[in-house]
Design a binder for this molecule. Structure first.
Ligand SMILES: Cc1ncc(COP(=O)(O)O)c(C=O)c1O
Length: 380
Protein backbone atom coordinates (compact mmCIF):
# COMPACT_ATOMS: atom_id res chain seq x y z
CA UNK A 1 0.00 0.00 0.00
CA UNK A 2 1.32 3.46 -0.89
CA UNK A 3 1.31 5.86 2.04
CA UNK A 4 2.56 9.38 2.50
CA UNK A 5 3.26 9.55 6.21
CA UNK A 6 5.18 11.95 8.44
CA UNK A 7 8.95 11.81 7.97
CA UNK A 8 9.16 11.95 11.78
CA UNK A 9 8.70 8.18 11.74
CA UNK A 10 11.46 7.42 9.22
CA UNK A 11 14.08 6.60 11.83
CA UNK A 12 11.70 5.16 14.42
CA UNK A 13 11.48 1.38 14.68
CA UNK A 14 9.27 -0.87 16.81
CA UNK A 15 11.39 -1.38 19.94
CA UNK A 16 13.89 -4.25 20.12
CA UNK A 17 12.02 -5.42 23.23
CA UNK A 18 8.73 -5.80 21.33
CA UNK A 19 10.47 -7.54 18.41
CA UNK A 20 11.96 -10.34 20.53
CA UNK A 21 8.95 -10.59 22.87
CA UNK A 22 6.75 -11.20 19.79
CA UNK A 23 8.79 -14.34 19.01
CA UNK A 24 8.19 -15.93 22.43
CA UNK A 25 5.91 -18.97 22.45
CA UNK A 26 3.39 -20.06 25.08
CA UNK A 27 5.89 -22.41 26.74
CA UNK A 28 8.88 -20.02 26.55
CA UNK A 29 10.56 -19.39 29.92
CA UNK A 30 10.03 -15.66 30.17
CA UNK A 31 12.89 -13.71 31.77
CA UNK A 32 12.04 -10.70 29.62
CA UNK A 33 9.12 -9.46 31.74
CA UNK A 34 8.80 -5.70 32.30
CA UNK A 35 5.95 -5.77 34.80
CA UNK A 36 5.26 -7.36 38.16
CA UNK A 37 3.46 -10.72 38.17
CA UNK A 38 1.49 -9.97 41.38
CA UNK A 39 -2.24 -9.32 41.85
CA UNK A 40 -2.89 -5.59 42.34
CA UNK A 41 -3.91 -4.50 45.88
CA UNK A 42 -7.50 -5.38 46.87
CA UNK A 43 -8.12 -1.76 47.94
CA UNK A 44 -7.29 -0.55 44.43
CA UNK A 45 -9.69 -3.01 42.81
CA UNK A 46 -12.46 -2.14 45.28
CA UNK A 47 -12.06 1.57 44.58
CA UNK A 48 -12.24 0.90 40.83
CA UNK A 49 -15.41 -1.19 41.21
CA UNK A 50 -17.01 1.48 43.42
CA UNK A 51 -16.16 4.12 40.86
CA UNK A 52 -17.91 2.15 38.11
CA UNK A 53 -20.90 1.43 40.35
CA UNK A 54 -21.32 5.12 41.14
CA UNK A 55 -21.87 5.65 37.42
CA UNK A 56 -19.42 8.57 37.37
CA UNK A 57 -17.96 8.19 33.93
CA UNK A 58 -17.44 11.79 32.93
CA UNK A 59 -14.26 13.74 32.11
CA UNK A 60 -12.10 14.85 35.00
CA UNK A 61 -10.27 18.20 34.85
CA UNK A 62 -7.42 17.98 32.29
CA UNK A 63 -4.82 17.91 35.05
CA UNK A 64 -6.70 15.17 36.92
CA UNK A 65 -8.91 14.92 40.00
CA UNK A 66 -7.85 17.60 42.52
CA UNK A 67 -8.22 15.11 45.42
CA UNK A 68 -5.78 12.63 43.80
CA UNK A 69 -3.36 15.44 42.91
CA UNK A 70 -3.58 16.65 46.52
CA UNK A 71 -2.63 13.17 47.83
CA UNK A 72 0.35 13.00 45.44
CA UNK A 73 1.41 16.50 46.49
CA UNK A 74 1.23 15.49 50.18
CA UNK A 75 3.33 12.36 49.60
CA UNK A 76 5.90 14.36 47.63
CA UNK A 77 6.06 17.07 50.29
CA UNK A 78 6.55 14.56 53.08
CA UNK A 79 9.36 12.83 51.14
CA UNK A 80 11.20 15.94 49.92
CA UNK A 81 10.30 18.65 52.44
CA UNK A 82 9.38 20.90 49.47
CA UNK A 83 6.07 22.76 49.76
CA UNK A 84 3.85 21.08 47.15
CA UNK A 85 0.18 21.56 46.29
CA UNK A 86 -2.22 19.94 43.82
CA UNK A 87 -1.32 22.74 41.38
CA UNK A 88 2.15 21.22 41.06
CA UNK A 89 0.73 17.88 39.93
CA UNK A 90 -0.74 16.56 36.67
CA UNK A 91 -2.20 13.06 36.41
CA UNK A 92 -1.09 11.40 33.18
CA UNK A 93 -1.82 8.22 31.21
CA UNK A 94 1.13 6.38 32.76
CA UNK A 95 4.71 7.64 32.92
CA UNK A 96 4.96 6.98 29.19
CA UNK A 97 2.50 9.82 28.53
CA UNK A 98 4.18 11.96 31.22
CA UNK A 99 7.40 11.64 29.22
CA UNK A 100 5.68 12.62 25.97
CA UNK A 101 3.97 15.62 27.55
CA UNK A 102 7.16 16.86 29.19
CA UNK A 103 9.31 16.49 26.08
CA UNK A 104 6.61 18.08 23.88
CA UNK A 105 6.28 21.04 26.25
CA UNK A 106 9.99 21.83 26.36
CA UNK A 107 11.47 20.85 23.01
CA UNK A 108 11.77 22.73 19.74
CA UNK A 109 13.49 21.18 16.71
CA UNK A 110 17.29 21.23 17.21
CA UNK A 111 17.07 21.55 20.98
CA UNK A 112 19.22 19.01 22.76
CA UNK A 113 18.37 16.39 25.37
CA UNK A 114 21.01 14.53 27.37
CA UNK A 115 20.29 10.96 28.38
CA UNK A 116 22.47 8.24 29.97
CA UNK A 117 24.28 6.01 27.45
CA UNK A 118 22.21 3.05 28.69
CA UNK A 119 18.58 4.13 28.65
CA UNK A 120 14.87 3.25 28.49
CA UNK A 121 14.28 3.66 24.72
CA UNK A 122 11.46 6.19 25.05
CA UNK A 123 14.00 8.84 26.20
CA UNK A 124 15.52 8.62 22.74
CA UNK A 125 12.53 8.11 20.47
CA UNK A 126 10.12 10.81 21.70
CA UNK A 127 12.62 13.73 21.52
CA UNK A 128 13.67 12.51 18.07
CA UNK A 129 10.03 12.38 16.91
CA UNK A 130 9.77 15.99 18.08
CA UNK A 131 12.77 16.93 15.92
CA UNK A 132 15.15 17.42 18.87
CA UNK A 133 18.67 16.00 19.14
CA UNK A 134 19.49 13.32 21.67
CA UNK A 135 23.01 13.04 23.06
CA UNK A 136 24.17 10.43 25.53
CA UNK A 137 26.46 10.91 28.54
CA UNK A 138 28.82 8.22 29.79
CA UNK A 139 28.31 5.92 32.74
CA UNK A 140 31.06 4.33 34.82
CA UNK A 141 31.40 0.52 34.95
CA UNK A 142 29.16 0.41 38.05
CA UNK A 143 26.56 2.46 36.06
CA UNK A 144 27.13 5.61 38.13
CA UNK A 145 27.23 8.94 36.23
CA UNK A 146 30.47 10.11 34.59
CA UNK A 147 30.11 13.78 35.59
CA UNK A 148 33.13 14.92 33.60
CA UNK A 149 31.48 13.65 30.45
CA UNK A 150 28.05 14.98 31.40
CA UNK A 151 29.46 18.49 31.96
CA UNK A 152 31.28 18.38 28.62
CA UNK A 153 28.10 17.48 26.77
CA UNK A 154 26.03 20.48 27.97
CA UNK A 155 25.70 23.17 25.28
CA UNK A 156 23.56 26.29 24.89
CA UNK A 157 20.99 24.12 23.15
CA UNK A 158 20.64 21.61 26.01
CA UNK A 159 17.20 21.95 27.62
CA UNK A 160 16.71 18.67 29.45
CA UNK A 161 18.77 15.99 31.17
CA UNK A 162 17.01 12.68 31.84
CA UNK A 163 17.78 10.72 35.00
CA UNK A 164 16.17 7.36 35.77
CA UNK A 165 16.61 5.98 39.27
CA UNK A 166 16.14 3.13 40.11
CA UNK A 167 17.11 2.41 36.53
CA UNK A 168 15.58 0.19 33.90
CA UNK A 169 17.65 -1.77 32.81
CA UNK A 170 20.68 -1.48 35.16
CA UNK A 171 18.90 -1.46 38.55
CA UNK A 172 21.26 1.34 39.63
CA UNK A 173 20.08 3.93 42.17
CA UNK A 174 21.64 7.40 41.77
CA UNK A 175 23.48 8.02 45.05
CA UNK A 176 22.81 11.02 47.33
CA UNK A 177 26.24 12.45 46.37
CA UNK A 178 25.40 12.13 42.67
CA UNK A 179 22.02 13.78 43.28
CA UNK A 180 23.77 16.72 44.97
CA UNK A 181 26.23 16.94 42.05
CA UNK A 182 23.34 17.00 39.58
CA UNK A 183 21.70 19.80 41.57
CA UNK A 184 24.99 21.77 41.66
CA UNK A 185 25.43 21.25 37.93
CA UNK A 186 22.03 22.59 36.89
CA UNK A 187 22.34 25.49 39.33
CA UNK A 188 24.95 26.86 36.87
CA UNK A 189 22.42 26.56 34.02
CA UNK A 190 19.19 28.16 35.21
CA UNK A 191 17.28 27.24 32.01
CA UNK A 192 18.21 23.58 32.18
CA UNK A 193 15.82 21.06 33.75
CA UNK A 194 16.31 17.54 35.04
CA UNK A 195 13.59 15.03 34.19
CA UNK A 196 13.64 12.46 36.98
CA UNK A 197 11.89 9.21 36.07
CA UNK A 198 11.19 7.64 39.46
CA UNK A 199 8.65 5.00 38.41
CA UNK A 200 10.62 2.23 40.22
CA UNK A 201 11.13 4.30 43.42
CA UNK A 202 9.18 1.86 45.63
CA UNK A 203 11.03 -1.23 44.35
CA UNK A 204 14.42 -1.00 46.08
CA UNK A 205 16.79 -3.46 47.81
CA UNK A 206 18.92 -0.91 49.66
CA UNK A 207 18.45 -0.33 53.41
CA UNK A 208 17.04 3.15 52.70
CA UNK A 209 14.26 4.07 50.27
CA UNK A 210 15.61 6.14 47.35
CA UNK A 211 15.12 9.89 47.77
CA UNK A 212 13.44 11.95 45.04
CA UNK A 213 15.86 14.13 43.06
CA UNK A 214 13.43 17.00 43.68
CA UNK A 215 14.73 17.18 47.26
CA UNK A 216 18.01 18.56 45.91
CA UNK A 217 16.91 21.11 43.31
CA UNK A 218 13.92 23.11 42.11
CA UNK A 219 14.97 22.51 38.50
CA UNK A 220 13.57 18.99 38.64
CA UNK A 221 10.48 17.60 36.94
CA UNK A 222 9.48 14.38 38.68
CA UNK A 223 7.73 11.61 36.77
CA UNK A 224 6.21 8.76 38.72
CA UNK A 225 3.18 6.50 38.71
CA UNK A 226 1.53 3.41 40.06
CA UNK A 227 2.39 0.86 37.32
CA UNK A 228 5.23 -0.68 39.31
CA UNK A 229 4.42 0.09 42.94
CA UNK A 230 0.85 -1.25 42.66
CA UNK A 231 1.49 -3.93 40.03
CA UNK A 232 -1.08 -2.16 37.85
CA UNK A 233 0.51 -1.30 34.48
CA UNK A 234 -2.87 -1.53 32.74
CA UNK A 235 -4.53 1.10 34.92
CA UNK A 236 -2.37 3.68 33.08
CA UNK A 237 -1.90 6.18 35.90
CA UNK A 238 1.22 8.29 36.17
CA UNK A 239 1.95 11.86 37.18
CA UNK A 240 4.23 14.84 36.73
CA UNK A 241 5.31 17.03 39.65
CA UNK A 242 6.80 20.40 38.70
CA UNK A 243 6.71 24.13 39.47
CA UNK A 244 3.33 25.74 38.76
CA UNK A 245 4.54 27.80 35.74
CA UNK A 246 5.59 24.48 34.19
CA UNK A 247 2.43 22.47 35.02
CA UNK A 248 0.34 25.30 33.53
CA UNK A 249 2.08 24.69 30.21
CA UNK A 250 2.25 20.88 30.44
CA UNK A 251 -1.52 20.71 30.78
CA UNK A 252 -1.95 22.18 27.30
CA UNK A 253 -0.34 19.13 25.68
CA UNK A 254 -2.38 16.91 27.99
CA UNK A 255 -5.59 18.64 26.92
CA UNK A 256 -4.88 18.38 23.20
CA UNK A 257 -3.58 14.81 23.29
CA UNK A 258 -5.62 12.73 25.78
CA UNK A 259 -7.93 15.27 27.57
CA UNK A 260 -7.42 13.49 30.91
CA UNK A 261 -6.55 10.12 32.39
CA UNK A 262 -9.55 7.76 32.71
CA UNK A 263 -11.62 8.79 35.74
CA UNK A 264 -12.12 5.19 36.95
CA UNK A 265 -8.37 4.65 36.90
CA UNK A 266 -7.82 7.86 38.85
CA UNK A 267 -10.35 6.75 41.47
CA UNK A 268 -8.75 3.30 41.66
CA UNK A 269 -5.36 4.93 42.32
CA UNK A 270 -6.65 6.90 45.35
CA UNK A 271 -6.10 4.13 47.97
CA UNK A 272 -2.51 3.70 46.74
CA UNK A 273 -1.80 7.35 47.45
CA UNK A 274 -3.69 7.22 50.76
CA UNK A 275 -1.15 4.62 51.91
CA UNK A 276 -3.75 1.84 51.99
CA UNK A 277 -1.66 -0.37 49.69
CA UNK A 278 1.73 0.12 51.39
CA UNK A 279 1.67 -3.44 52.76
CA UNK A 280 1.08 -4.81 49.27
CA UNK A 281 4.07 -2.87 47.92
CA UNK A 282 6.20 -4.06 50.87
CA UNK A 283 5.22 -7.65 50.00
CA UNK A 284 6.21 -7.13 46.34
CA UNK A 285 9.59 -5.85 47.55
CA UNK A 286 10.11 -8.87 49.82
CA UNK A 287 9.26 -11.39 47.11
CA UNK A 288 11.42 -9.55 44.56
CA UNK A 289 14.34 -9.53 47.02
CA UNK A 290 14.08 -13.32 47.26
CA UNK A 291 13.96 -13.64 43.45
CA UNK A 292 16.90 -11.27 43.07
CA UNK A 293 19.01 -13.28 45.53
CA UNK A 294 18.30 -16.51 43.66
CA UNK A 295 19.04 -14.90 40.27
CA UNK A 296 22.35 -13.46 41.53
CA UNK A 297 23.41 -16.83 43.01
CA UNK A 298 22.64 -18.69 39.77
CA UNK A 299 24.25 -16.02 37.58
CA UNK A 300 27.43 -16.15 39.69
CA UNK A 301 27.75 -19.77 38.60
CA UNK A 302 28.00 -18.94 34.88
CA UNK A 303 31.59 -18.54 33.71
CA UNK A 304 32.85 -15.28 32.14
CA UNK A 305 29.75 -13.18 32.73
CA UNK A 306 29.68 -10.13 35.02
CA UNK A 307 26.79 -8.71 37.05
CA UNK A 308 26.51 -5.50 39.09
CA UNK A 309 23.93 -6.40 41.76
CA UNK A 310 20.81 -4.28 41.08
CA UNK A 311 19.83 -1.86 43.86
CA UNK A 312 16.27 -1.40 42.62
CA UNK A 313 13.72 -2.26 39.89
CA UNK A 314 13.61 -5.97 38.92
CA UNK A 315 16.31 -6.60 36.36
CA UNK A 316 19.86 -7.97 36.31
CA UNK A 317 21.84 -6.32 33.52
CA UNK A 318 24.36 -9.02 32.75
CA UNK A 319 27.62 -8.42 30.88
CA UNK A 320 27.86 -11.25 28.32
CA UNK A 321 30.47 -9.52 26.15
CA UNK A 322 32.90 -12.44 26.56
CA UNK A 323 30.50 -14.42 24.37
CA UNK A 324 29.44 -11.90 21.72
CA UNK A 325 26.88 -9.19 20.95
CA UNK A 326 23.54 -9.00 22.72
CA UNK A 327 21.11 -9.43 19.85
CA UNK A 328 22.71 -12.53 18.40
CA UNK A 329 23.08 -14.10 21.86
CA UNK A 330 19.49 -13.32 22.97
CA UNK A 331 17.98 -14.68 19.74
CA UNK A 332 20.10 -17.84 19.94
CA UNK A 333 19.16 -18.39 23.60
CA UNK A 334 15.51 -18.08 22.57
CA UNK A 335 15.90 -20.47 19.63
CA UNK A 336 18.14 -23.07 21.36
CA UNK A 337 16.92 -22.97 24.96
CA UNK A 338 13.42 -21.44 24.66
CA UNK A 339 14.33 -18.74 27.22
CA UNK A 340 13.38 -15.11 26.60
CA UNK A 341 15.90 -12.44 27.65
CA UNK A 342 16.12 -8.87 26.34
CA UNK A 343 19.19 -7.92 24.27
CA UNK A 344 20.95 -4.91 25.81
CA UNK A 345 21.00 -3.17 22.42
CA UNK A 346 17.34 -2.35 23.19
CA UNK A 347 18.78 0.21 25.65
CA UNK A 348 21.24 1.86 23.26
CA UNK A 349 24.52 0.94 21.56
CA UNK A 350 26.39 0.83 24.88
CA UNK A 351 23.94 -1.80 26.06
CA UNK A 352 25.15 -4.25 23.44
CA UNK A 353 27.49 -5.96 25.94
CA UNK A 354 24.54 -6.99 28.12
CA UNK A 355 21.37 -9.05 28.42
CA UNK A 356 18.51 -7.82 30.60
CA UNK A 357 17.23 -10.64 32.76
CA UNK A 358 14.04 -9.94 34.66
CA UNK A 359 13.48 -11.50 38.06
CA UNK A 360 9.80 -10.51 38.05
CA UNK A 361 9.25 -14.13 37.00
CA UNK A 362 8.31 -17.00 39.33
CA UNK A 363 11.05 -18.89 41.16
CA UNK A 364 10.71 -21.99 38.95
CA UNK A 365 11.12 -19.90 35.79
CA UNK A 366 14.19 -18.20 37.27
CA UNK A 367 15.72 -21.58 38.25
CA UNK A 368 14.97 -23.30 34.94
CA UNK A 369 15.78 -20.25 32.82
CA UNK A 370 19.17 -19.59 34.42
CA UNK A 371 20.05 -23.30 34.38
CA UNK A 372 19.36 -23.27 30.63
CA UNK A 373 21.43 -20.09 30.25
CA UNK A 374 24.36 -21.75 32.02
CA UNK A 375 24.08 -24.77 29.69
CA UNK A 376 24.04 -22.38 26.72
CA UNK A 377 27.11 -20.43 27.82
CA UNK A 378 29.29 -23.37 28.91
CA UNK A 379 28.97 -24.94 25.46
CA UNK A 380 29.97 -21.66 23.78
C1 LIG B 1 12.05 3.55 33.23
C2 LIG B 1 10.61 3.49 32.84
N1 LIG B 1 9.92 4.62 32.74
C3 LIG B 1 8.61 4.62 32.39
C4 LIG B 1 7.94 3.44 32.13
C5 LIG B 1 6.51 3.51 31.71
O1 LIG B 1 5.68 3.33 32.81
P1 LIG B 1 4.09 3.45 32.70
O2 LIG B 1 3.54 2.07 32.74
O3 LIG B 1 3.69 4.24 33.91
O4 LIG B 1 3.77 4.16 31.43
C6 LIG B 1 8.63 2.23 32.23
C7 LIG B 1 7.95 0.95 31.92
O5 LIG B 1 8.50 -0.12 31.91
C8 LIG B 1 10.00 2.24 32.59
O6 LIG B 1 10.71 1.10 32.69
Amino acid sequence: MKLKLSSKLNDIQISEIRQIVNLAKKDTINLGIGQLPFDPPAALIEAGIKSFQSGQLKYSPNAGLPELRELIALEHQSQTGKPTTFENVIITVGVESALYITFATFLDPDDEVLIPEIYFSVYDTIPKMLGAKVKTFKLNTDFSIDFQDLKKKITKKTKLIVINSPCNPTGKIVSLAEQQSLADLVAHHPLLHLISDEVYAELYFTPQKPVSLAKFSDQVIVLNGISKRASATGLRIGWIIAAKPITQELVKIQQYSVTCAAITSQKAAMPVLRGECDQDTARYREVLAEHRALALTLLADIPKIKVVAPEGAFYCFVDISAYGKSKEIAYRILADKNVLTIPGIAFGKKGDRYLRISFAADLTAIKQGLKALKAFFVTE
